[in-house]
Write a protein that binds this ligand. Structure first.
Ligand code: KIV
Length: 272
């Protein structure tokens, strides 16, 4: 027996597949905490990604490598509590799945049990085939991630556009086909040429979500702090800023400081 907590129609992998088939673009954003998740979910975002970019935007690390499985579970469970409709995907953090499929399955089961998320994402293609097979055999939806894969940043050396050369482009296409064949429900393509992303989205039946991969894919994902303009320094060409929260928040906090210093806050109506 299942217990339904709300009447809202939840997004499922099946619905995401239908969206691709009828040409409806999929919207996806990152989320790391309860309050933000409630806003994004109520605003109609289809997929919330508890990205390991939490390592950068929440914890201030330079890369995604330091974040731990426990920390990802903490972020994921906070997001799940804020969601009624969206499909919640959680990144398996660096070191929790590469090279050992038993560990990959253990990490996934911890995420699913302890956070209540709906699926996981991991970076890579043929190299992590065994881990993907093992996770899928446990009935957990898996999203792939190809192109610029930030957990391999020390191998790449830079965050520049990937797969510009034919050999790397061909490997990306082969990996995408493999991920689909294994049973992944979707793939994120990060920072690759638009034409290559288009080829992949046309060749594959499963939804392809892009970040810096141009308009010819089945959906888009952005880091929420970047698109809301909380983070001022990060300005890649693919980023569209929908708000300038950095300025709005700075003004608000400066006004608060001014009001406290001048004894304007709290006034009589704001006291008991
Ligand atoms: O961790 C993350 O935010 C991601 C997105 C960039 C796709 O993986």
């Amino acid at each position: 027996m299942s217990v339904h907590k709300s009447d809202v129609k939840k997004v499922t992998t099946h619905q995401l597949q239908n969206m691709k088939e009828r040409g409806e673009k999929i919207s996806m954003l990152t989320a790391y905490d309860y309050s933000m998740a409630t806003i994004l979910d109520a605003a109609g975002v289809d997929v919330l990604l508890v990205g390991d970019s939490a390592s950068n935007v929440m914890a201030g690390h330079e890369t995604t490598l330091p974040i731990t499985l426990d920390q990802m579970i903490y972020h994921a469970s906070s997001v799940v509590r804020g969601v009624n409709r969206a499909f919640v995907v959680v990144d398996l953090p660096f070191g929790s799945y590469q090279g050992n499929s038993s560990e990959a399955l253990r990490s996934t089961i911890r995420i699913m049990k302890e956070s209540g998320a709906h699926g996981i994402k991991l970076e890579g293609g043929a190299e992590i085939k065994e881990s993907i097979v093992r996770i899928l055999s446990a009935g957990v939806p898996v999203m792939g991630h190809l192109g610029l894969t930030p957990q391999s940043i020390y191998k790449f050396g830079t965050y520049t556009v990937r797969a510009k050369e034919e050999a790397e482009a061909q490997k990306l296409i082969d990996d995408a086909l493999l991920l689909q064949e294994l049973g992944c429900f979707s793939i994120v393509l990060e920072k690759i040429p638009s034409e290559l992303a288009k080829r992949v989205a046309e060749k594959l039946q499963i939804p392809i979500i892009g970040i810096g991969a141009g308009p010819h894919v089945d959906g888009q994902v952005l880091v929420v702090h970047d698109m809301l303009g909380i983070n001022k320094e990060f300005k890649p060409r693919f980023l569209r800023r929908y708000a300038d929260l950095h300025t709005i928040m700075t003004d608000a906090v400066q006004n608060y400081v001014k009001d406290v210093k001048s004894k304007d806050f709290p006034n009589e109506k704001e006291a008991y």
